[in-house]
Design a binder for this molecule. Structure first.
Ligand code: ZN
Length: 344
């Protein structure tokens, strides 16, 4: 079919924005979302007319024919077909609930709905970003989450991973960062964690690990490695930072590594905290987050706080984290053998 897909590893810059524009965005948030919250029914995904649906937020970023839909925590502007828009809205609604289950929105009604622009055509999306040469599939700009559902240019499951990642930044920005910015490793680690959630049977299920898949090549079945195998390789090659560095990492530290490696490290550590050993560290993670938000530690106390919640001996914790990942099994051929969908 001549389909050309672009890998989705290029998203970057969202953390720059989170660290850089928090104040400006908090101010911009309220007027932008207030009209939507005040005007529309909460549940029904009813498109308004093209003219009535004209945006009040950022007209420059709209594509021709975009219509407005509202559900849950989101107001969606899109030029997708009505059926596609409703399906996207279902998924966005589930996404917002996934975030809310992890960190409740204590003042949700006051914050209004989060704006999302979904474009059907890559060119319209690119134009909305000011003609960026090679944009990634989605971006949160401090106010609006924009993404393109153009299967000719990007794999659609990959686009949704980006939407779920950027969607966390949008949610965090609205809910958490008006209190205090979470530590960088945790903000990006949670974005990656939610990005990895899979859409199945009408629900969004977090905690998914891509453990590879068997594919047929010529006449043999071979394992196409997934993220699990990549994490294992990186651990064995000692590519990740020591935990004491990760815990206090700031932007300059992040930029010393590639985005792909950074995302693999923060994702694998957050996933470990939430799922290893029957999830026994989950409560500690949520308490740590609440604590750093409400009592932001001084620079010199950041590591102490991390140790307080996750264990005084960080070398031991690091060994447990590495051992847990190295023990995760690769699926056995015969269980997971299927020709892999090009878009999965
Ligand atoms: Zn991010």
């Amino acid at each position: 079919m001549g389909m050309k897909t672009i890998p989705i590893q290029r998203y970057m810059g969202c953390f720059l924005l989170l660290l850089g524009v928090a104040v400006a965005c908090c101010a911009a948030d309220a007027p932008a979302s207030a009209p939507a919250a005040a005007s529309a029914p909460v549940e029904a995904a009813v498109p308004e007319s093209n003219s009535a649906g004209a945006p009040t937020t950022n007209p420059a970023g709209m594509a021709a024919g975009m219509r407005k839909y509202i559900a849950g925590q989101y107001v969606l502007y899109t030029d997708l077909s009505e059926d596609e828009a409703k399906a996207a809205l279902d998924r966005l609604t589930a996404m917002g609930e996934m975030y809310r289950r992890f960190v409740p929105d204590l003042n949700g009604a006051e914050h209004g709905r989060m704006p999302v622009y979904l474009y059907r055509r890559f060119e319209d999306y690119r134009r909305s970003l000011g003609g960026d040469e090679r944009p990634n599939a989605g971006r949160y700009d401090g106010l609006v989450l924009r993404a393109v559902l153009d299967a000719e240019t990007f794999s659609l499951p990959g686009v949704w991973r980006v939407i779920q990642h950027e969607g966390w930044h949008q949610y965090s920005h609205r809910i958490l960062q008006r209190i205090a910015p979470p530590p960088l490793w945790l903000e990006e680690g949670l974005a990656e964690y939610f990005g990895a959630a899979v859409w199945k049977d009408g629900t969004l299920q977090p905690g998914h690990v891509d453990a590879g898949a068997y594919v047929q090549r010529d006449k043999t079945i071979v394992l196409q490695p997934g993220r699990l195998q990549r994490i294992q390789t990186r651990i064995q090659a000692e590519q990740f930072r020591p935990l004491e560095k990760l815990a206090t990492m700031k932007l300059d530290g992040w930029l010393r590594q590639t985005n792909a490696l950074n995302h693999d490290q923060v994702w694998s550590f957050v996933h470990f905290l939430l799922h290893a050993d029957d999830g026994q560290r989950r409560k500690a993670l949520q308490s740590y987050l609440a604590d750093v938000l409400h009592n932001p530690p001084k620079e010199s106390k950041r590591l102490d706080l991390f140790r307080f919640y996750f264990g005084g001996d960080l070398h031991k914790l690091q060994e447990e984290y590495e051992a847990w990942w190295l023990a995760q099994p690769t699926p056995v051929a015969g269980e997971a053998v299927l020709p892999r969908d090009k878009n999965s």
